[in-house]
Structure formats: structure tokens, C-alpha cells
Design a protein around this ligand. Structure first.
Ligand code: SAM
Length: 308
């Protein structure tokens, strides 16, 4: 680990103080990290410090807890070849309606953007590849912003005009609002409690967006193609979408299982969008070939454009 990245180094030490068994994992994660990754992780560390404030010890402990929850789901997935829950109601019972569980889940998920290379790479691709190619004065919407890191980067983009975030969960909206305030988002962000399936009622008039993010949301839904249709409807002609779906990614609130990046690409194409670029982001030390063979997680990102 190169200690010119002092905030990251401190964050690693603090994480290991509550989760010593993670040492091998974090050593591997950062021993193989390139300069660009380390610079970005230093930046993410600072953002997480701002978001967490005095709550950092709780957030680090919630990450330790989340790894245990995910391990149980991984074992189920290996044994049964499917996700444990198939309906929104089952996920709701386990995750969303249990306030403590959901809060720990949100906190742990925030930390994964630093510790899990597939999440860090997805976020960096969003900031470095997706946002700069948007047109000047783009109108942006994120569905399911959760921790708020993607939305913050959109709000910080020099070519952005307006920024909105819609989420179905009041606690997620509260977390996004807190994060954007704590990081000092450079533009106002319009946050609303909206279910993507009610998008047509939620939009103001014939409101449309030039840029839309839907990251790690579709696998939470019973009917992703219906959500994709709603997304396409919200996009302006020529508008761009950043769609991210983790394949083979067991979690207690994942109910729609995609088994290959190609299935995700088809989901996007079948909704009527043209694929502009893709990223298959992998866990540390895993090749794409091995991920396909052993059904490991691949964060599949599709940048797609709505025809004019
Ligand atoms: C795992 S988080 C994703 C956070 C962030 N976008 C990311 O990529 O890391 C999923 C988010 O989607 C929201 N969500 C789930 N179902 C939704 C729906 N039907 N409509 C809008 N948001 C939804 C959840 O409340 C949560 O904030």
C-alpha cells in the first residue's frame, strides 16, 4: 500500500480494527490497485469521511456485518443456484421493513464502494466516461440513488444543468439527502419519494431527462423490463442512460437473477435503447473468464442512448 494516500490508509486501518479477518482481502484489493484506482479511492475515502462524520465506527461495523449477510446469501446461491427471495414482498419483509437491518445495510453498502473493486470501478466509469460525454446543460435523473455517491458526481459535473433523484424508500431518500449535504453538493438536487413503476404520475408534465442513472436497482424488482420501459419513457430523444446490474450477485433484496452480462445487454436493447459502451467490472483477482465459468459477480454496466 502506497502511503501517499493517507486518508485511504487511515480508513483501511480503521476498518481492520473492527474487522481484522478482512486483512487478506484488503491487502489483495490494494496490492493489485493501479495509480488511477488509488487516487480515486483516496477521493472516495474523503467523501465517506464527510458522509459518516462521528458515525464512522458504526458504518465500518455495519460493513463487517453486511459481509456476513452476503456470505450467507452466497452459500444459498451456490447450493440452490438461485437467489433466496423471488418477490418484492419477501425482500420487504427481510430488508426494507426492518429499520435497523435496512440502516445497517445502507451503511455497509456505502463502504463497498471503497473496498469492492467492482463497485469502485463502476463509480469511476460513471464519473470519468459517462458524465463527460453528456451534452452541455444536461438534465439528470437518478432512480434509486441510495448512498448518493453517483448523484454527487452528477451534481459536480460542469456540464450539468438540473439534478433529480427518485427513490421508493424514505430511509434511502434521507440517506441521499444527508450525504449530498455533508459532501457539499455544488448544485441543488431535487429529491422525491417515487416508485419507478409510478414514474408517469410522478413526472412534472412531459418532463424528460438527457441523462439517467439506474444502478443496482433493476435486480431489486420483480419486473425489470417494465421498469426499463418506464426509464425509456423518461428519457429525452438522444438522451443517455447508465444502467448497472450486477449478475450472479446474491443479496437478501435481490430478486431478479441475471446470469450473464449478455442478459443485461438484451434487457437494455429490448427496451429500445442503442448500446454505446459497456463495462464488466469484476471483483479483485477475478478474470472475466473465471467469473463466467464459476458464476461470480460481474457488475454489468451498459451506457445506452435513446434514438432521436
Ligand atoms: C442498492 S441501492 C443502489 C444505490 C446506488 N444507485 C448504487 O448503485 O450503489 C438500491 C436503491 O434502489 C431503491 N429502489 C428499490 N426499488 C425501487 C423502486 N421500485 N423505485 C425506485 N427506487 C427503488 C432502493 O430504495 C435503494 O435506494
Amino acid at each position: 500500500m502506497n502511503f501517499q494516500f493517507q486518508t485511504l490508509a487511515d480508513m483501511i486501518n480503521r476498518q481492520l480494527s473492527v474487522f481484522p479477518r478482512h486483512k487478506l482481502f484488503l491487502n489483495r484489493r490494494f496490492d493489485s490497485a493501479g495509480a488511477e484506482d488509488l487516487i480515486f479511492c483516496e477521493e472516495i475515502s474523503k467523501m465517506i469521511l464527510q458522509i459518516s462524520g462521528d458515525e464512522l465506527p458504526t458504518i465500518l461495523d455495519d460493513y463487517r456485518w453486511l459481509c456476513g449477510v452476503f456470505m450467507e446469501e452466497e452459500l444459498f446461491f451456490r447450493r440452490e443456484g438461485r437467489y433466496r427471495h423471488r418477490t418484492f414482498e419477501e425482500a420487504q419483509r427481510t430488508v426494507y421493513s426492518d429499520r435497523v437491518f435496512h440502516s445497517r445495510y445502507l451503511n455497509g453498502h456505502l463502504m463497498t464502494h471503497l473496498w469492492w473493486a467492482n463497485h469502485t470501478d463502476t463509480l469511476r466509469y460513471f464519473r470519468n466516461v459517462f458524465l463527460p460525454a453528456n451534452k452541455q446543460q444536461f438534465r439528470h435523473l437518478e432512480i434509486g440513488p441510495g448512498h448518493g455517491l453517483f448523484l454527487y458526481f452528477a451534481a459536480a459535473a460542469p456540464n450539468a444543468a438540473t439534478i433529480a433523484g427518485w427513490d421508493v424508500s424514505p430511509s434511502s431518500i434521507a440517506a441521499t439527502r444527508h450525504a449530498l449535504f455533508a459532501m457539499g453538493a455544488p448544485r441543488p438536487v431535487d429529491l422525491s419519494l417515487v416508485n419507478i413503476f409510478d414514474a408517469s404520475e410522478a413526472r412534472a408534465g412531459d418532463q424528460q431527462f438527457d441523462s439517467l442513472t439506474c444502478s443496482e436497482v433493476l435486480e431489486h424488482l420483480e419486473n425489470p423490463p417494465e421498469a426499463m420501459a418506464a426509464i425509456v419513457d423518461l428519457m429525452a430523444p438522444g438522451g443517455r442512460a447508465f444502467i448497472c446490474v450486477p449478475v450472479n450477485s446474491p443479496a437478501p433484496d435481490h430478486i431478479s437473477l441475471y446470469r450473464s452480462p449478455e442478459e443485461v445487454i438484451s434487457l437494455v436493447r429490448d427496451a429500445g435503447l442503442a448500446v454505446e459502451d459497456t463495462l464488466f467490472a469484476l471483483p479483485t483477482g477475478v478474470t472475466l473468464e473465471r467469473a463466467r465459468k464459476d458464476a461470480l459477480t460481474i457488475n454489468t454496466v451498459v451506457i445506452a442512448r435513446k434514438p432521436e
